[in-house]
Write a protein that binds this ligand. Structure first.
Ligand code: G3H
Ligand code: 13P
Ligand code: ZN
Length: 324
């Protein structure tokens, strides 16, 4: 086993987290971050609620904030959680939707403890070859790897898919066996972004039948649910009330996420909800205090509201609170 940088930083991979989540029938929150305030809210909420957490960096986040800076922020967040918040929650730093071997390698070498290689846009055999190559590089460093089978509708890695391609349960066993991945992201009806379903119409239930088939083929294997923001309507209304235009934004009902968290789904990815809250609160402050020009006066309240929402998710949706 090569020396893994992430261990020196106080980070953990997903293996133990997922094992406990599977046994305890809850899901680990995987929250995306791009800046300091989001990261403070995420680790603050998880320390307060005693939840293990996966903090994840997307390609967009790398372009926006710089991979090196984000990784040092993660290291700083671990220090803050241990020293100032006096909390011992496990923290995993994960690459979200990595699309090349080189990117995954670079994240592993700079201290990430987990990577996703998303080869879902490639033909099956190419997805296997790419994923296997990443696993073979990652495992000697004890870095865990998430693969993906099936395509979510919406925008994924700058690739826009009009239609879902649901994960084919017949492929999952072969994929996991041949690649050696530690977890598998599946497509069962969620999508990325804030507009997941047709507005004004009943939300179609997620395809729990497909999930059950997958569980039968891969007993005890950790499954990942992307596109799992619930798009709380109070924040959509806040955005719209204060000059925004997000009519028709709809997410996955919390009840369905609760059900998923009790199944083999061990990791639930949430990004859009964080964006929504931050945007709503900033719009409100700008509308109510037009003379305000100190970023701390609008980023601070946005951060506090985001933290509140994430505590709620950990406690009432994912069931991860108190499991650290
Ligand atoms: O999976 C998609 C995430 O929401 C990240 O999106 O690349 O715009 O940061 P992003
Ligand atoms: P949302 O857009 O539903 O928050 O999904 C985020 C995600 O899947 C990140 O990988
Ligand atoms: Zn995703």
């Amino acid at each position: 086993m090569s020396e893994a940088l992430y261990k020196k930083l106080g980070l953990v991979n997903t293996r133990e987290m997922f094992k406990k989540a599977m046994e305890g029938k809850y899901a680990i929150p995987a929250y995306n971050f791009n800046n300091m305030e989001q990261l403070q809210a995420i680790v603050g909420a998880c320390a307060e609620s005693g939840s293990p957490v996966i903090i994840q960096v997307s390609s967009g986040a790398r372009k926006y904030a710089n991979q090196t800076l984000l990784r040092y922020m993660a290291e700083g967040a671990v220090q803050m959680v241990r020293n100032d918040l006096k909390s011992n929650i496990p923290i995993c730093l994960h690459l979200d939707h990595g699309d090349t071997f080189e990117l995954c390698k670079s994240c592993i070498e700079t201290g990430f403890s987990s990577v996703m290689i998303d080869g879902s846009a490639h033909p099956y055999e190419e997805n296997i070859a790419l994923t296997k190559k990443v696993v073979e590089f990652a495992h000697p460093f004890d870095v865990t790897v998430e693969g993906e089978l099936g395509v979510l509708a919406g925008i994924e890695d700058d690739v826009k898919a009009e239609q879902h391609t649901y994960t084919d349960p017949k492929q999952v066993e072969d994929f996991v066996k041949r690649t050696g991945v530690d977890s598998l992201a599946i497509s069962i009806g969620t999508s990325h972004g804030a507009y997941k379903f047709k507005p004004g119409q009943p939300v179609p239930p997620l395809r729990f039948d497909i999930l059950k088939e997958i569980e039968k083929k891969l007993p005890g294997f950790p499954i990942v649910l992307h596109g799992a923001s619930s798009v709380p309507q109070e924040y959509v209304e806040m955005v719209n009330k204060f000059g925004g235009a997000m009519k028709g934004a709809v997410g996955v009902p919390e009840e369905q996420l609760r059900e998923a968290a009790k199944s083999a789904v061990c990791k639930i990815n949430i990004d859009s909800d964080g964006r929504l809250v931050v945007t709503g609160v900033i719009r409100k402050v700008f509308a109510e205090k037009p003379a305000e020009f100190d970023p701390r006066k609008y980023l601070g309240p946005a951060r506090d509201e985001l933290k509140k929402l994430l505590v709620h998710k950990n406690q009432n949706v994912l069931g991860s609170a108190g499991r650290a």
